[in-house]
Design a protein around this ligand. Structure first.
Ligand code: 1PZ
Length: 215
């Protein structure tokens, strides 16, 4: 039925949220940024419960950001740029060590931002992969080049074990639900540059304000 089709998960919709992420002035809308992560979590959950510990952490962080967006100062959180300005101007960020603001928008989003780099690298690898490529290897390579550098040994170990049970490329492409493999590849070709741009703008914003190492 039409209603069922609408509910069916499709990665295209997630990637469309990245299209909505940027304002004409290249500001990043938090609402769409968060929506992108929501969709990715849904996708991750559809791959199986072994990924629960990963999606649980992402969900916690999404919830922190949504609470800020819907809170009494929500208007200050419309873009990443306004969030950074508001939180820094008002001393709402623990800058060097954990303190009274363990759940600031800035530090919470930084964790997702680092994960977005993993996503960019992983999707690019998937895009250029061949039929016999191992998703687990592609995923591990992308992880080691990015997020792993911010994770302690025990998390790296757990992540590495989760990667091993990722479905193979054909199933992975099917779960994405965007059509035949050629269509997945062309969708990825559109998605990767979008994600890359959102990543880059965020990275520059955080670098400019010295926020890349928030505890
Ligand atoms: C398709 C396969 C999915 C693999 C996802 C690769 C990422 C592996 C991340 C594993 C770590 C999860 C455990 C939580 C770690 C947290 O300690 C860190 C730091 O947060 P803090 O402790 O400082 O509050 N959290 C993160 O690094 C954020 C991780 C978010 C991962 C989101 C993945 C979404 C995947 C989408 C799939 C298409």
């Amino acid at each position: 039925s039409e209603a069922a089709d609408e509910q069916k998960f499709c990665l295209q919709e997630v990637l469309d949220t990245y299209r909505l992420c940027l304002s004409p002035e290249k500001e990043v809308y938090l609402e769409h940024y968060v929506a992108g992560w929501r969709g990715l979590v849904k996708f991750l959950n559809s791959l199986g419960s072994v990924f629960g510990f990963i999606s649980k952490d992402a969900v916690t962080k999404i919830q922190i950001l949504v609470a800020l967006l819907n809170g009494e100062n929500g208007s200050q959180y419309s873009t990443l740029q306004s969030m950074v300005k508001y939180e820094l101007d008002n001393g709402l960020v623990d800058l060097t060590k954990r303190g009274p603001h363990p759940d600031s928008g800035c530090r919470t989003l930084l964790r997702l931002h680092r994960a977005l780099r993993w996503l960019e690298l992983f999707l690019e690898r998937l895009r250029v992969s061949t039929e016999d490529s191992k998703t687990s290897a592609l995923c591990a390579e992308a992880y080691n080049e990015s997020l792993a550098q911010h994770h302690p040994w025990v998390v790296r170990k757990a992540a590495g074990m989760a990667f091993l049970v990722l479905p193979g490329r054909p199933t992975f492409f099917e779960v994405m639900n965007v059509g035949p493999p050629e269509q997945v590849v062309s969708m990825l070709g559109e998605a990767v540059p979008l994600i890359s741009e959102v990543y880059k703008i965020t990275e520059e914003l955080y670098a400019e304000h010295n926020l890349l190492d928030l505890p």
